[in-house]
Design a protein around this ligand. Structure first.
Ligand SMILES: Nc1ncnc2c1ncn2[C@@H]1O[C@H](COP(=O)(O)OP(=O)(O)O)[C@@H](O)[C@H]1O
Ligand SMILES: [Mg+2]
Length: 340
């Protein structure tokens, strides 16, 4: 996979091409100071004006736990007044309003799916910039977009293309996981389709395999094929209850993209999947027996712990978690240098 392929899969590159066939979205350039804020581990308290909150910790009797955490003792974490981005905040709010008040946020490539547990509703649905910051600052996927988007590219020695970071706001849509599929395109041919949420068995997917395959194949040949900038890529689709197919995302053809029920080896060589056949190879989970825990569960902490926080205390919880992480890292570093 080349750096150029990664560049082509940025949202702002493919969205104008396929606008008619995907969920309505707004793209906003991400200001440098916002990027710095997202990458800064020390400054964690968010004070968006939409939150209307003072960042002084409340002094009621429940706040004892704070003392136990010893905020001031850790040199790496300072509870400073969070930066404010009034201009950006109002642009974001305006965009959210035009999209119906509820959005799904992304950066150039990724959504903060590994952080959904931190949100009070355990979902990526956002109503304000502070909701978005909470998710982004807790997500390793977002950090990856910001710091090493080209880390697995084969042309590692060439200069990294310049990336203009963007906040993508997509109109919130209730997608039923059983309707999502990932499609692999090699040399402009649709070679394979996998159920996206392969951890679950969906009876209707198995039953309608042929119909589904046809619908996706038609969608590909009518709207996608030859319209993208590369001949190898992966696109995600959603088939709604009326049978209409929608484009959800475009991803690079390579290991950064989860190959789901296929392996990258078979997708590359075509060895395992019978590519001599007419249509694409189709795979879905075929029985309850093979059902696995959802991959996102591994990013979660116990629900009880999340419940500790209510309202804007969620921010306090992130502070706490980051502090613990820093402490742990420090301890590990100390252990590493300690004589055996
Ligand atoms: N507009 C939306 N509203 C609600 N959920 C969405 C929306 N777009 C995507 N999703 C859900 O989030 C998942 C990840 O979205 P996607 O754009 O593919 O992000 P990523 O590339 O980080 O995986 C999708 O599989 C879908 O279930
Ligand atoms: Mg994607």
């Amino acid at each position: 996979m080349k750096k150029e392929q990664v560049v082509h899969c940025q949202f702002s590159v493919w969205y104008p091409i396929f606008k008619k066939h995907t969920i309505k979205s707004v793209i906003l350039p991400l200001p440098h100071n916002v990027i710095d804020y997202l990458l800064d581990d020390g400054t964690l308290v968010v004070s968006g004006s939409d939150h209307n909150s003072q960042q002084t910790h409340t002094n009621n009797s429940d706040s004892d736990a704070e003392e136990d955490i010893q905020w001031s003792d850790d040199e790496t974490t300072t509870t400073v007044t969070a930066p404010e981005f009034p201009e950006f905040t109002s642009k974001v709010q305006e965009a959210i309003n035009t999209l119906g008040g509820r959005v799904f946020p992304k950066l150039n490539w990724s959504a903060p799916q590994d952080a959904n547990w931190i949100a009070l509703n355990s979902s990526l649905q956002c109503h304000s910039l502070s909701d978005i910051f909470l998710l982004f600052k807790s997500s390793d996927f977002i950090t990856h977009d910001l710091t090493q988007p080209f880390d697995v590219c084969s042309d590692r020695d060439s200069a990294d293309p310049v990336i203009n970071y963007e906040l993508v706001l997509r109109k919130w849509s209730e997608l039923i996981p059983g309707g999502e599929f990932r499609c692999f395109v090699k040399e402009n041919k649709l070679i394979a389709i996998s159920q996206r949420d392969y951890t679950q068995y969906y009876q209707h997917v198995l039953k309608q395999e042929e119909q589904l395959c046809h619908a996706i194949q038609d969608f590909f040949s009518e709207h996608i094929q030859y319209n993208f900038l590369d001949e190898d890529f992966v696109f995600d689709v959603y088939r709604d209850s009326q049978g209409r197919v929608w484009l959800i995302d475009v991803n690079p053809f390579g290991e950064v993209t989860d190959s789901l029920l296929f392996s990258w080896e078979e997708l590359r060589c075509g060895g395992g999947i019978s590519l001599q056949q007419e249509g694409p190879a189709f795979r879905c989970t075929t029985s309850e027996v093979t059902v696995q825990p959802s991959p996102c569960l591994s990013f979660r902490i116990p629900r009880d712990f999340v419940d500790l926080s209510t309202g804007e205390d969620a921010y306090k919880l992130i502070d706490f978690l980051k502090l613990k992480k820093n402490q742990q890292q420090q301890e590990e570093e100390e252990e590493a240098v300690a004589p055996q």
